[in-house]
Design a protein around this ligand. Structure first.
Ligand code: G1P
Length: 293
């Protein structure tokens, strides 16, 4: 049986140009999704999956992420002095439930390069990767579902989702054989192929369990699709040396890397929030009335 996974890496150096001008000074991971910044959903998932060390691969203008997960003496004292005990406990526990480690990605050389930046901290053990733009809502955290496959079968594990043919160019697409129970043995993969080149419709989503064996492969690797050091190419190079599994995860995904996906996530999750559901319904009803005048 494999050892448990305690470290989770978050590539958060991207500039968030799709959200400009909102993200000129604010990290896109800090945009609120209902009641928390987007990054907090990923951290919740990692903590809920048993990880205790959050390894953030950051870049310039991402200081707000570090401050967010730090203790805030002034805020804590204020909440205490105003007897806001439950808010105080919540704020403190969100900063103390894990260790937060920050490493810089100095140049925007791609997702594979971002993962490679985590080598100093992750080089000795299997580790999780969460791409926080993909917000996952699931009964069992999706990273935890991947960890279960890793514990039972060893090797790397990637989250898979079946996507429409028209969307294959947005994802890494795998060649895989079913091994039962939603698990697939991955034989090959290609980054962002158009429908005419896509070997299947099984797409990689932003959750991975990776072997430390990926680091030497990534550092030896040249640039791939889009002139970037692709994570997909690094994982592809591992196939053969150790098993690489895919799991059709159970849960829902919101692509918060786009304005449309982020808006959808806000409305959908607010509808599931007991205190906010009526607010959304009322706002939609009012808009409907105004439009029919
Ligand atoms: C990255 C990966 C891609 C994967 C996707 C999931 O692409 O390179 O293989 O399918 O994340 O969100 P990106 O979205 O960073 O372009």
């Amino acid at each position: 049986m494999s050892a448990s996974i305690t470290k989770c890496l978050f590539p958060v150096a991207g500039l968030g140009t799709r959200f400009l001008p909102a993200t000129k000074e604010i990290a896109k991971e800090m945009l609120p999704l209902v009641d928390r910044p987007i990054i907090e959903y990923g951290v919740d998932e990692a903590v809920g999956s048993g990880c205790r060390e959050m390894v953030m691969i950051t870049g310039r203008s991402k200081k707000a992420i570090e401050d967010h997960f730090d203790r805030s003496f002034e805020l804590e004292e204020l909440l205490k002095s105003r007897n806001k005990e439950s808010l105080y406990n919540e704020v403190v526990s969100r900063s103390t439930r894990a260790d937060f480690i920050y490493l810089r990605q100095h140049r925007p050389l791609g997702l594979g390069h971002a993962v490679l930046c985590g080598e100093p901290v992750c080089r000795n053990e299997y580790f999780g990767v969460i791409l926080p733009d993909d917000v996952m809502v699931a009964e069992t955290p999706v990273l935890s579902q991947l960890i279960e496959v890793h514990k039972a079968r060893g090797g790397c594990v990637l989250a898979l989702e079946e996507v429409p043919e028209a969307d294959t160019a947005r994802y890494g697409i795998v060649v895989a054989e079913s091994a039962g129970d939603g698990v697939f043995a991955i034989r090959d993969m290609v980054e962002k192929p158009g429908p005419e080149r896509a070997p299947s419709r099984l797409a990689i989503m932003g959750r991975y369990i990776l072997s430390p064996g990926i680091f030497p492969l990534l550092s030896a690797q040249g640039t791939g699709a889009g002139g970037e050091i692709q994570l997909t190419d690094g994982i592809r190079a591992i196939i053969g040396a150790e098993p690489v599994w895919g799991l059709l995860y159970r849960g829902r995904r919101f692509d918060c890397g786009t304005q449309v996906g982020w808006l959808d996530a806000n409305i959908s999750l607010a509808m599931e929030h007991p205190a906010l559901r009526e607010v959304v319904l009322e706002a939609v009803r009012r808009c409907g009335e105004r439009n029919s005048i």
